[in-house]
Structures are given as structure tokens and as C-alpha cells.
Design a protein around this ligand. Structure first.
Ligand SMILES: Nc1ncnc2c1ncn2[C@@H]1O[C@H](COP(=O)(O)OP(=O)(O)OP(=O)(O)O)[C@@H](O)[C@H]1O
Length: 274
């Protein structure tokens, strides 16, 4: 599980510091999908980046799978980060490398032996149904396919946590449903604890188990998404109430291609998860 304990992030300059995350505490259960929603500037991305310490919190602790990341030295943190994959709104692929080479890069940074990298990169691409696009360059792929390469790159190191920063904001609605379906499949089959930052209400409603609403740097409301099915439940915040709107329907139990492979870990019930 991920335990965010009293985390604050204050950006310089010192004369007029800006508190982007203000004393946030959040418990994210192992194997769950946590949505974080809020308006632009609420602090969602900063909080997400606090989880893998891409943005080191000014105060507070981030504990992932029992390890307090904020207490680690640089080398220990570098190793711990291999357990935490991340995908971004604009995919962040290298345009001069093809799909399989992009995926291989994360394995290289994780210290995986060269002869292993190609095989594992192909396995990861197969999970997102892109085995036939291994040699394609990002410029030859659609937005949805690029995001799936990015998902494969994040998965290749077999992380326990997947952080997703606006994963569908740059793709059209049909592609959004497809990308979310892959994230849902991966969560269900591999048990990867997933955190999704989005401002798209239908996205969080489709995929999240739990939602945290951020406003002005704070988490102001949290609830289990199933509460929305209870007619008597009314979220306290305006954003929470927006969630009672359009739906994307996912099959949360679909079988992921390639997950029978031993190197991609055991199914959810048997795996040692975050
Ligand atoms: N490196 C930085 N230095 C200074 N201020 C920053 C920095 N990064 C973010 N901020 C500020 O912190 C606040 C929160 O930013 P953040 O990106 O976390 O919000 P967000 O909720 O993810 O917004 P969006 O949905 O627009 O991406 C914003 O006011 C932003 O300008």
C-alpha cells in the first residue's frame, strides 16, 4: 500500500513560497486504483510526483510497501523507484527510438542485463497488444498506441505501483476508453496499485476504486467510488458532485494477454503486492 502522511510541498522562492500540497494524508490500499481529481492548479500532479519523490516533499512521509521513501539516500531511492512506474499525459517517448527500444530503456536504467532487455520489452509490448508495432517509431503511432508503449515501458520493470498523470488528456474519447481498459486489465491481472490524476470526471468514475478530491493544495474529500451508486449519497464538494455524470463502461475482469508469463508475476491473489 501507499501511505502518504502529512505531506506538504512548498515551492520557492523563499520570499513568496507557494504551498502546492498542504498537509495531505492519504492511504491507498494494495492493488486498488486511486483517483485524484481537482481543478487545474489544485496540486494533483505535485502530489503524484511526491509519491515517487520526483518532487521531494518539504514535510511528511511517503511509505510504499513498508519503505519510507523520504528516509532513503539517493542510491536506495533510485532502486526503490524501479518498483514505481509512471506514465504522463504526453507519453514522454524518445522519438528517435522505436517502440521496443523505448521500453528497453527503462530496463537499462533498472540495471537489467542487455540480453534480457529485448525479451522483456517484447513481453511488455505484448501485454498492451503492440507486439506488431515493436519496430514502429513514435511518429508512426497514434496517441493511444503511444500511451500503450508508455504503459509497456512502465510495466517492463515489473513495478508494484503505477502512477498515471492525466493519462488520457491527450487522446480522443474512444482512445480514452481503450487506454483505461488496459490500465484496468493490468490492475486486475497484475495487482499493480494504480494512482491516476485526472480532471476528467468520467475517467475517474470509470476506473477508480477510491477517489480523493483536491482543492487549493488539500485533499478536501475522499470516498469509495461505489458510493456513487447509492442514490442517497451526495459528495460534499462541487467536484465530487460532478462525478454523477457521464460514464465510460469498462470490463474490470478482462484477461490481459501475456500475463500467464512467469516473468510478469503471479496473478493478483498470489502476488506480493504493494
Ligand atoms: N516547480 C514548481 N515551481 C513553482 N510552482 C510550481 C511548480 N510546480 C507546480 N507549481 C505550482 O503548484 C500548483 C499546483 O500545480 P500542479 O501541477 O500540482 O496542479 P494540478 O492540480 O496538477 O494542475 P493541472 O491539472 O493544471 O496539471 C500550481 O499553482 C503550480 O503553478
Amino acid at each position: 500500500m501507499i501511505s502518504i502522511q502529512g505531506v506538504s510541498t512548498v515551492f520557492p522562492p523563499a520570499e513568496a513560497p507557494f504551498t502546492a500540497v498542504d498537509n495531505v494524508s492519504l492511504e491507498i490500499p494494495r492493488g486498488s486504483i486511486q483517483g485524484i481529481i481537482g481543478f487545474s492548479g489544485a496540486g494533483k500532479s505535485t502530489l503524484l510526483r511526491n509519491i515517487n519523490l520526483l518532487e521531494r516533499p518539504t514535510n511528511g512521509r511517503v511509505v510504499v510497501d513498508g519503505t519510507d521513501l523520504t528516509s532513503l539516500n539517493d542510491e536506495e531511492l533510485r532502486r526503490a523507484r524501479h518498483q514505481i512506474g509512471m506514465i504522463f499525459q504526453h507519453f514522454n517517448l524518445l522519438n528517435n527510438r522505436n517502440a521496443v527500444e523505448n521500453v528497453e530503456l527503462s530496463l537499462k536504467f533498472a540495471g537489467v542485463a542487455k540480453k534480457e532487455r529485448r525479451r522483456r520489452a517484447h513481453e511488455a509490448l505484448a501485454i498492451v497488444d503492440l507486439a506488431d508495432k515493436a519496430k514502429a517509431y513514435p511518429g508512426q503511432l497514434s496517441g493511444g498506441q503511444k500511451q500503450r508503449v508508455a504503459i509497456a515501458r512502465a510495466l517492463a520493470t515489473e513495478p508494484k505501483v503505477l502512477l498515471c498523470d492525466e493519462p488520457t488528456s491527450a487522446v480522443d474519447p474512444r482512445t480514452t476508453a481503450s487506454v483505461l481498459q488496459y490500465l484496468s486489465d493490468i490492475n486486475a491481472q497484475l495487482g499493480i496499485t494504480t494512482v491516476i490524476v485526472t480532471h476528467e470526471m468520467n475517467v475517474v468514475k470509470a476506473i477508480a476504486d477510491n477517489v480523493a478530491v483536491m482543492e487549493e493544495s488539500r485533499v478536501v474529500e475522499q470516498f469509495d467510488i461505489s458510493a456513487l451508486r447509492n442514490p442517497s449519497f451526495t459528495p460534499a464538494t462541487a467536484i465530487g458532485r460532478y462525478l454523477i455524470s457521464d460514464d465510460i463502461t469498462l470490463d474490470r475482469k478482462r484477461q490481459v494477454r501475456g500475463t500467464e508469463s512467469a516473468s510478469f508475476g503471479a496473478p493478483l491473489k498470489e502476488a506480493s503486492l504493494v
